[in-house]
Design a protein around this ligand. Structure first.
Ligand SMILES: N[C@@H](CCC(=O)N[C@@H](CS)C(=O)NCC(=O)O)C(=O)O
Length: 246
C-alpha cells in the first residue's frame, strides 16, 4: 500500500489534447500550473472535428478533450486528470488523508454532476453538445429555460453554503476542487449569469483569481472566447425576435 503513495517521477512528457474555451481543459491547465507541471498542449479544433479523426478515436473513443497522454498511458475526464497529476506530485491539492480526499472528491462530483451539468444544460444547449454543436456558432441556440436557470441558481446556492465557513471549497486549503469549480463558476460569470446574490461564491472566485498561479494565462483567454460566443448568441436571438415580429 505504501507504494501507492510513492511519487512517480515525472520523466515522461505529459501531452494534453486541449481546447481553450473548454471548462474541463481550463481546469486541468489550472491544476498543472499550481503543481508547476509542464504540459505540452496539443490544440484540438472541435469545430473542425479533429476529435473525430481515426487517430484521435484510437486514442480516446469518447472523442473529448481534455485528454492526457503520457507515453502509452491515456487518460480523459478532466477531474480524473486533475487528481492523477496532483497525486503523482504528492501535492496538498489532493492530500493523502482519506477524509480530506473524500471531501475533495465530493466537490469534484458536485461540479461534474450538479453545477457544471446544469450550467451546460442552461447555457450551452439542452442536448449538451458543446462547441461542435454548430447551433452555438450560428446563433440557433435556444434561450435559457426558466427551470434550468432556477436549478443553476440552486446549485450556486449550495456552493454558497459550502463556502459559508470555509476559505476554499473543500476546507482551509486550496485543492484540485477549487481549480475545477473556478473554471465552471468563472464561465457562469462569462455568460453573464446573475451572480450578485452569491456573495461568498463571488469572494472565493475573486480570491482564486488573485491567487491561482497562471489564472490569466490559462483561464482568461477561454473565458473571452465564451463571452464572444455568448454575445453572438444573444444578438442573433434578438435579431430573430425582431424579424419575426415585423
Ligand atoms: N466530463 C468530461 C467532459 C469532456 C467534454 O465533453 N469535452 C468537450 C469539450 S468541453 C468535448 O471534447 N466535446 C467534443 C466531443 O464530444 O466530440 C470532462 O470533464 O473532461
Amino acid at each position: 500500500l505504501r507504494a501507492l503513495h510513492k511519487p512517480l517521477p515525472l520523466q515522461m512528457a505529459l501531452r494534453l489534447h486541449s481546447t481553450q474555451a473548454s471548462v474541463a481543459c481550463r481546469a486541468v491547465l489550472l491544476v498543472a500550473a499550481q503543481l508547476d507541471v509542464p504540459l505540452e498542449v496539443v490544440p484540438v479544433d472541435l469545430r473542425a472535428g479533429e476529435q473525430l479523426t481515426p487517430q484521435f478515436l484510437a486514442m480516446n473513443p469518447q472523442h473529448c478533450v481534455p485528454t492526457l497522454q503520457e507515453g502509452d498511458f491515456i487518460l480523459w475526464e478532466s477531474r480524473a486528470i486533475c487528481t492523477y497529476l496532483a497525486s503523482k506530485q504528492q501535492s496538498a491539492l489532493y492530500p493523502p488523508d482519506l477524509r480530506q480526499r473524500a471531501t475533495i472528491d465530493r466537490l469534484l462530483d458536485f461540479d461534474l454532476g450538479t453545477l457544471h451539468y446544469i450550467f451546460a444544460k442552461t447555457y450551452v444547449g439542452r442536448n449538451l453538445k458543446f462547441i461542435i454543436n454548430r447551433s452555438v456558432i450560428e446563433g440557433k441556440q435556444e434561450a435559457p429555460h426558466a427551470e434550468d436557470l432556477k436549478k443553476l441558481d440552486e446549485a450556486l446556492e449550495l456552493l454558497e453554503k459550502f463556502l459559508s465557513n470555509s476559505t476554499f471549497v473543500a476546507g482551509k486549503q486550496l485543492s484540485v476542487a477549487d481549480c475545477c469549480l473556478v473554471a465552471t463558476v468563472s464561465t457562469c460569470e462569462a455568460v453573464n449569469h446573475n451572480m450578485k446574490k452569491f456573495v461568498k461564491v463571488a469572494a472565493w472566485l475573486e480570491k482564486c483569481k488573485q491567487t491561482l498561479k497562471g489564472y490569466e494565462k490559462y483561464n482568461t483567454p477561454g473565458l473571452d472566447m465564451i463571452k464572444t460566443f455568448s454575445e453572438m448568441q444573444k444578438k442573433s436571438r434578438k435579431n430573430k425576435t425582431a424579424t419575426s415580429s415585423q
